[in-house]
Design a protein around this ligand. Structure first.
Ligand code: GLC
Length: 589
C-alpha cells in the first residue's frame, strides 16, 4: 500500500506563544521554534501544526488575525518564518499552518474599511444587519425573548457568540450590527461575497507558494449562518449557560446543558455551503506539488466529500469526548468512526487526537487522580496504535498538566475573563466560585509555557523575565524535557520508543483495525493487519496485571515489538501476561 506522507506522519501541534522563547521577551517565537527542531526530530514526530503565527491583537490568542500574509512581530519576521520552514524541511519535518476562515480580527484592514461606512468597497465583506425597530413598531411576536440580550435594544436576533455574550455588536459608523460567532473582536466574514473568497484563497496561496505543506482549517462549521436568522429557543444567555454547566451535578442536568448548547447554536453552525468552499480550497491545494493537505477542525466526515474532493482528514473528536478513556468507549468510537469513514470512501483516512490548545491536558482529563501518569501513557499509546494519523499537543510528551490560575489578572483567555466578570457582576456569583470556575473553563490552563528544563521559568525564557502566562512550577519535579530525555523510565522516552515502534512496523501505519476480546472492561486488544505484517496490540487500563488468551486467533508465533514494562514471561498466545497499565505490541504470524 502506498500511503501519503500525512497518512504515515505523527503530527505535533506547536502553540507558538508558549513553545520556545528565542529572544528572551517571555513570548515564544520562530527563533525559539527553529532552535528546538532537533529536539522534536529526536522525539520522533514527523509534521508540525503551528497554531496561528499571524499578526493579531491577541484577544483570542492569535485566532483573531489582522493580517493573513505576515508574521506576528513578537514571533519574528517573514524571514524568520522562512528560516524555520527551511530548517524543518531540511530535517524532514513537514509544516502545516492554521487558517481561520470564518472571521478576522476587528483590527484587520478589511474590517476597518468595511465598518467605516455603508458604501465603501468592502461594505459587504462582513455580516451586517440593521437594528431591529423598537418594540412598539414591531409585530407582537411571542418570540421577542432575548432580543434585548446585552441590554441594547435592536439587536437583530437573540443569537449568542460562543465566547462573549450577544453575537451582534453595534458599529456607530454604520449604525448597524455586525455578527460574530466568536468574540466581538472576531467579526464573521461574509462568505457569500466572492471577493472575500478570492482574498482568502490568495492568502492561502501566499503560504503554499512559500512551501508550507497544508493547513489546519479553524472552525469550518461556523462559516455560514441560517439565512432567515431565526431566534434560538433557549431561555438562557451564554453566561447563564456556562454557569449552569459549571453547576450541573446530575447526568440529567449535564444532558440539559448539552441540549441547550446544541439548540442555542443550531442556526449558526453546520449550515450548507461549506462543502463547496472546501472543494474550491482543495482544488487550489491540488494545483501544487508535494501532496499538500487539509485537516478540518470538525468531526463531520462529510467534510471529506467523496474522499478526494474536500478535506484530507477531519478529527475524531468523539474519541476525546469522554471523562475516562475506557476500552469500551474506545471500541465503540472506533466501530462508529471507521464505519462512517468507510461510507465516505474505502480510502478515507482516520485522524485521532486527545488534546489541543482548547481542551484540558490529558493528565487531568483522563486521569483518575491516583494513576494519572499511567493513564496518560495509555492514552498516548492508544492514539499511536489505532489506525489513522495521530495529532499530539506540545507538552503532552512530558506529561504537562493543567495549571489553574489563581488571580483573574493573570488570565489571557478572553472567554474566561468575560465569563468571570459576567458571573460576578450580572449573575451575582461569589467571586471565589467565579474564579474557581473560570480557572477551569479557561484555555489558559493548557497553554502555559513549555517546560524545557529545571531552571528559572522552566527554561522557557530567561530568569527575571515574566513569561506571558505563568510557568507551571512542576518543571522542578521532573516535568521538563531535559530531565526526561535522559531518563529511560520517563514519559518522553516512552513517547520516543513508541513513535519509533510505530515508524518501523508497517502494520502500525497501514494495517486495518480488528477489535479482539470485545467484552473486556479492562483491556483494549486489537489487531492491525497489513499485507506484510500483523500486529497484536494490548493495552491494560486496570491496576491489575491481566492474563489474556488469544489462542482462538489463526496465529502460532508471536514476537514482542514493544512493551511498556518488563517483557512478559510467556509469549504463548494462550497466556499473554500484560502488566497493570501495560502496553504490549507484538508481531504475530
Ligand atoms: C477554534 C480554535 C480556538 C479559537 C476558535 C476561534 O476553535 O481552536 O482556539 O478560539 O476557533 O477562532
Amino acid at each position: 500500500m502506498t500511503l501519503k506522507w500525512w497518512q504515515t506522519a505523527v503530527f505535533y501541534q506547536i502553540y507558538p506563544r508558549s513553545f520556545a522563547d528565542g529572544n528572551g521577551d517571555g513570548i515564544g517565537d520562530f527563533m525559539g521554534m527553529t532552535a528546538k527542531l532537533d529536539t522534536l526530530k529526536e522525539l520522533g514526530v514527523d509534521a508540525l501544526w503551528l497554531s496561528p503565527h499571524f499578526p493579531s491583537p491577541m484577544w483570542d490568542c492569535g485566532y483573531d488575525i489582522s493580517d493573513y500574509t505576515s508574521v506576528a512581530p513578537e514571533y519574528g519576521t517573514l524571514e524568520d518564518f522562512k528560516t524555520f520552514l527551511e530548517a524543518a524541511h531540511r530535517r524532514g519535518l513537514r509544516v502545516i499552518l492554521d487558517l481561520a476562515l470564518n472571521h478576522t480580527s476587528d483590527e484587520h484592514a478589511w474590517f476597518l474599511e468595511s465598518k467605516s461606512s455603508r458604501d465603501n468597497p468592502k461594505a459587504d465583506w462582513y455580516v451586517w444587519m440593521d437594528p431591529l425597530p423598537p418594540p412598539s413598531l414591531r409585530d407582537a411576536s411571542p418570540v421577542s425573548n432575548g432580543r434585548n440580550v446585552g441590554g441594547r435594544e435592536g439587536v437583530p436576533n437573540n443569537w449568542q457568540s460562543c465566547f462573549d455574550g450577544p453575537a451582534w455588536t453595534y458599529a456607530p459608523e454604520r449604525r448597524q450590527y455586525y455578527y460574530h460567532y466568536f468574540m466581538k473582536q472576531q467579526p464573521d466574514l461574509n462568505w457569500q461575497n466572492p471577493a472575500v473568497k478570492q482574498a482568502m484563497w490568495d492568502a492561502a496561496r501566499f503560504w503554499l507558494d512559500l512551501g508550507v505543506d497544508g493547513f489546519r482549517l479553524d472552525a469550518i462549521g461556523t462559516i455560514y449562518e441560517h439565512p432567515d436568522m431565526p431566534d434560538h429557543p433557549v431561555p438562557l444567555t451564554l453566561a447563564e449557560m456556562r454557569l449552569a454547566s459549571d453547576r450541573a451535578k446530575t447526568d440529567a442536568e449535564r444532558k440539559q446543558v448539552g441540549d441547550y448548547w446544541r439548540e442555542m447554536f443550531q442556526y449558526q453552525y453546520g449550515r450548507p455551503g461549506v462543502h463547496d468552499l472546501m472543494k474550491e480550497l482543495r482544488s487550489i491545494l491540488d494545483e501544487y506539488d508535494g501532496d499538500r493537505m487539509l485537516v478540518g477542525e470538525d468531526d463531520d466526515v462529510n467534510y471529506m466529500g467523496d474522499g478526494k474532493d474536500e478535506l484530507h482528514m477531519v478529527f475524531n473528536f468523539p474519541l476525546m469526548r469522554a471523562d475516562r478513556l475506557t476500552p469500551a468507549h474506545i471500541r465503540r468510537n472506533q466501530a462508529e468512526r471507521l464505519a462512517a469513514l468507510a461510507k465516505v470512501s474505502p480510502q478515507a483516512w482516520p485522524c485521532n487526537t486527545l488534546g489541543n490548545h482548547d481542551s484540558p491536558r490529558i493528565h487531568n482529563r483522563y486521569g483518575d487522580g491516583e494513576h494519572d501518569r499511567e493513564l496518560a501513557r495509555l492514552s498516548l499509546a492508544t492514539v499511536l496504535a489505532l489506525k489513522g494519523t495521530p495529532f499530539l499537543y506540545n507538552g503532552e510528551e512530558i506529561g504537562m498538566t493543567d495549571f489553574y490560575l489563581t488571580d483573574i489578572s493573570q488570565f489571557k483567555d478572553t472567554l474566561a475573563t468575560w465569563y468571570y466578570r459576567e458571573a460576578v457582576e450580572k449573575l451575582g456569583v461569589d467571586p471565589a466560585e467565579a474564579l474557581h470556575n473560570a480557572a477551569r473553563q479557561t484555555r489558559d490552563k493548557c497553554r502555559t509555557p513549555m517546560q524545557w528544563q529545571d531552571a528559572p521559568n522552566g527554561g522557557f525564557c530567561p530568569a527575571g523575565v515574566a513569561p506571558w502566562l505563568p510557568v507551571n512550577p512542576d518543571f522542578a519535579k521532573g516535568v521538563n524535557v531535559a530531565d526526561q530525555r535522559v531518563d529511560p523510565a520517563s514519559l518522553w522516552t516512552f513517547y520516543q520508543e513508541m513513535l519509533a515502534a510505530r515508524k518501523s512496523n508497517p502494520a502500525l501505519l497501514e494495517g486495518d483495525y480488528l477489535p479482539l476480546q470485545e467484552n473486556s472492561e479492562t483491556c483494549l486488544a486489537f489487531l492491525r493487519r497489513a499485507d506484510s505484517q500483523t500486529c497484536l496490540v494490548v493495552l491494560n487500563f486496570s491496576d491489575q496485571p491481566d492474563l489474556l488468551d488469544f489462542s482462538n486467533l489463526p496465529y502460532r508465533e508471536m514476537q514482542l515489538l514493544f512493551t511498556s514494562g518488563r517483557p512478559p514471561r510467556s509469549m504463548a498466545l494462550d497466556a499473554i501476561q500484560v502488566d497493570r497499565f501495560g502496553v504490549l505490541i507484538a508481531e504475530v504470524a
